[in-house]
Every structure is written in C-alpha cells, then in structure tokens.
Design a protein around this ligand. Structure first.
Ligand code: ZN
Length: 203
C-alpha cells in the first residue's frame, strides 16, 4: 500500500507557514514504513529538533482506480479516518530553501500515525466532517472538511491521474491551522466530531 498526502489544503494553515494558497493540490508520498498503528507510542528521533503535529482526515481507498472522474470519486472511498502527518519542520525548511524533495522531513519511520476508520456509509456529509486534535488535554487544532481547498472528490480525481489507486491506499488530506512542535511526554488525541479516533503518546 502507499500513503499519498496533500499539503496546504486549508487556507489558514497555508498562511501560518507563509505559503501561497495552491492552485492545484500539493502532493507528496510516504512509504508504508511511515505507518504507526493506533495506540502505539512515537519515539522522538534524534535527526530533528522541531517535529510538528498536523492532524488530518484520511481517505481509505476501497478499490483500484485510475483516471477517476469526479462524479465517480466517492465510490472509491471505503472509509474516513484520522491521522497525524508528523513533519520535521527544520529539515523541511532546509529542503524548501534549497528546492530539494521533502521526503526526509515527511516520510520518515512512523511519521504517519493512524487511528480508527469510519465506514463511508456511516458519514452523512463528506463535505461537513468536523475534527480536532488535543495536546495534553488542550485543543490545539480544529478543522472541518468543508474548509478544504480541494475536497475529497477533487483530490481523488487529481491524484488518480498520476498514481493508480489501490485498495488500502491512504490519502492524508491536509491539516488546518494550529500546527506546533511535539515534545517527549506529550499525548495527542484526535477526534472526529466527538468520537475519539486516535491517540499517540510521544516518548
Ligand atoms: Zn500535512
């Protein structure tokens, strides 16, 4: 399986990092070794002093598809989940300044914790999903899929022109404002509406 991720998909987050609002989706990949399954701790690696949390809604793909038309895109969504796109902001800044690829900052081991998934047929409106992230019981990020610059259908249509989507692939759909540094000892807990979906202790 592969993990596709969308950057700068919320206006306020693009602004907080002084990035321009994109006219087409910003896309990057993480390998399957980036996955960190529900409940497991994240051990802070030594190569970065500034790893940020970015809570994101995740699309789990339910069947293989390529060149998917917008009107069929929804049929490829099996479920919606919540995850964190851990980002080594110091390394990313260096990559950006030098015009280099982002993998060392985005695709490292366990940089993609994922929680539970909700089957798509249990979700009333894909374009109105509220989600949030708590750090040590304080809310640090809130978002709603209605605020995405590129919605789920647009993302699926766009990325499937470039990559064949396969059952089990995950698409991280971007983070709202409020990102910040993680520290050893922190506990992150993610919610879709009021339902707890994710918990990641930092060790
Ligand atoms: Zn992200």
């Amino acid at each position: 399986m592969k993990i596709i991720a969308i950057g700068r998909n919320y206006q306020e987050h693009a602004k907080e990092l002084n990035n321009p609002v994109p006219s087409k989706p910003v896309v990057f990949l993480k390998p399957d070794t980036a996955l960190l399954k529900e409940g497991k701790a994240f051990f802070h690696p030594a190569f970065s002093n500034d790893i940020h949390y970015e809570v994101e809604l995740i699309i789990k793909i339910g069947k293989e598809g390529k060149h998917i038309q917008p009107k069929f895109a929804k049929n490829y969504i099996e479920s919606i989940g919540l995850g964190i796109d851990f980002t080594a902001r110091d390394l990313q800044q260096e990559c950006k300044e030098k015009g280099l690829p982002w993998e060392i900052a985005k695709a490292f081991d366990y940089s993609a914790p994922i929680g539970e998934f909700i089957p798509v047929n249990e979700i009333n409106d894909l374009n109105n999903i509220s989600f949030s992230l708590n750090k040590n019981n304080t809310r640090v990020q809130t978002g709603n899929s209605s605020e995405m610059i590129f919605n789920f259908e647009t993302i699926i249509t766009y990325v499937s022109q470039i990559f064949t989507l396969k059952k089990g692939d995950l698409i991280f759909t971007g983070t709202p404002a409020g990102v910040g540094k993680i520290n050893i000892g922190d506990l992150f807990e993610g919610y879709i509406n009021d339902r707890k979906m994710l918990s990641v202790p930092i060790k």
